[in-house]
Design a protein around this ligand. Structure first.
Ligand SMILES: [Mn+2]
Length: 385
């Protein structure tokens, strides 16, 4: 017996005879629908928005909303749900690459109707799910380029982005993609148990660093950054020192207990909107106590109760937002999908507050669309400037 008689040898030859026609057609088709990737991506067959469904992909759509396959058709909708299945930024317990999938899967439990709030979101908002950004799992900087470009595209088309993370490293490119479209300053309202203001984690820009780099962006000053819920034993001293030097505002759990939710949230609104044109919401699911949100990489006891989070979100988002992200949902650590469900609830509650306050879509009592769907590019609000 020699090499030529091996089945393996024959199958190597066979591979050369297999056609690639359909594969090539599919690649071209997905590139057309999903748009070209950032310049740093060498493999030009990877589309910016993943359309192949291969591995890093959406399964169900968020809330049964239509999947927008062709990204050239983005524009005119109110909301784009976009997944960023990244966990390259986690410093220890990974798993947030499954966050978008986890939230989408369980989102089917809800309808758009909420009796308590008197709103039917799917009547008030035209929501599309645009699938996932093609992240590069072994390269966080290339992933940042992809996320930045994807976010910029959504903002350019005037659609409100709801980002399903992904670890918190994505907060930086989410804001970097928004910044060029804002003619003025961006305020950031950041719910978290952790400071996330270090320059580096383990020599890279990982999930403890997004707000250091975001507040280096000239129109996203740290003086418009408000962090809510910070505390516990997993905080990081270098981040706190940066918050102090840059004059960010930090509202701890002790502040919330001492001053009450209403007062700290009114204060957060004032700080975020001070001389700002718009506000971005970054919601880390670990701001909620791990009893309610165990499915996350860096749990920290003593966090918000879900009802506190919902009440606070209602206040801090009522003046409008230019975009939002829910990050750090890690389904491998979850129990009975409760963390994913909480992430979905945060999205729906915020959207409903925006609708109720005439900042997005059509109010329940009106067929007229909000004229300032996203506050960016407008003049500063008279009551806040
Ligand atoms: Mn956190």
């Amino acid at each position: 017996m020699d090499r030529e008689q091996l089945h393996g040898t024959r199958m190597m030859e066979r591979e050369a005879q297999l056609p690639v026609t359909k594969t090539k057609e599919a690649i071209e088709h997905f590139l057309e629908l999903g748009l070209p990737s950032a310049e740093s991506i060498n493999d030009r067959t990877i589309p910016l928005f993943n359309r192949s469904g291969y591995r890093y992909h959406h399964s169900a759509t968020f809330g049964h909303r239509p999947f927008l396959a062709d990204m050239r058709e983005l524009g005119g909708q109110d909301v784009a749900i976009v997944g960023v299945p990244l966990d390259a930024g986690t410093t220890y317990r990974s798993g947030t690459r499954f966050g978008p999938m986890g939230m989408r899967n369980v989102s089917g439990l809800h309808s758009g109707y909420n009796f308590d709030k008197g709103v039917d979101l799917y009547e008030s908002l035209d929501i599309v799910d645009v699938g996932d950004v093609s992240v590069i799992p072994a390269n966080i900087e290339k992933s940042f380029d992809q996320i930045d470009k994807a976010m910029a595209y959504i903002h350019e088309r005037g659609v409100f982005p709801v980002v399903l993370g992904g670890d918190h490293a994505i907060g930086y490119p989410d804001i970097r993609g928004l910044a060029p479209y804002v003619d003025g300053n961006i305020g950031i309202i950041h719910f978290d148990r952790h400071s996330d203001l270090s320059e580096y984690n383990i020599d890279e820009r990982m999930h403890g660093t997004p707000f250091f780099h975001a507040t280096n962006i000239p129109n996203a000053p740290a003086t418009n950054l408000v962090q809510i819920g910070i505390g516990g034993w997993t905080g990081n001293r270098t981040g706190v020192a940066n918050a102090r030097e840059r004059r960010a505002s930090v509202i701890t759990m002790t502040d919330i207990d001492r001053w009450g939710m209403e007062r700290v949230c009114e204060m957060a609104l004032e700080i975020a909107w001070k001389n700002a044109k718009c506000v971005f919401l970054s919601f880390d699911i670990d701001s909620v106590d791990p009893a309610f949100a165990p499915g996350t990489g860096t749990p920290e006891s003593g966090g918000l109760l879900p009802r506190e989070a919902f009440r606070m979100l209602e206040i801090v988002t009522r003046e409008g937002l230019a975009g939002m992200e829910v990050v750090e949902v890690a389904p491998p650590y979850d129990v009975a999908d409760i963390t994913s469900l909480l992430g979905v609830r945060v999205v729906l509650d915020v959207l409903s507050t925006l609708v109720e306050n005439g900042k997005l879509g059509r109010r329940p009592d009106s067929s007229v669309k909000a004229d300032n769907a996203t506050p960016r590019r407008d003049e500063p609000r008279a009551d806040r400037a």
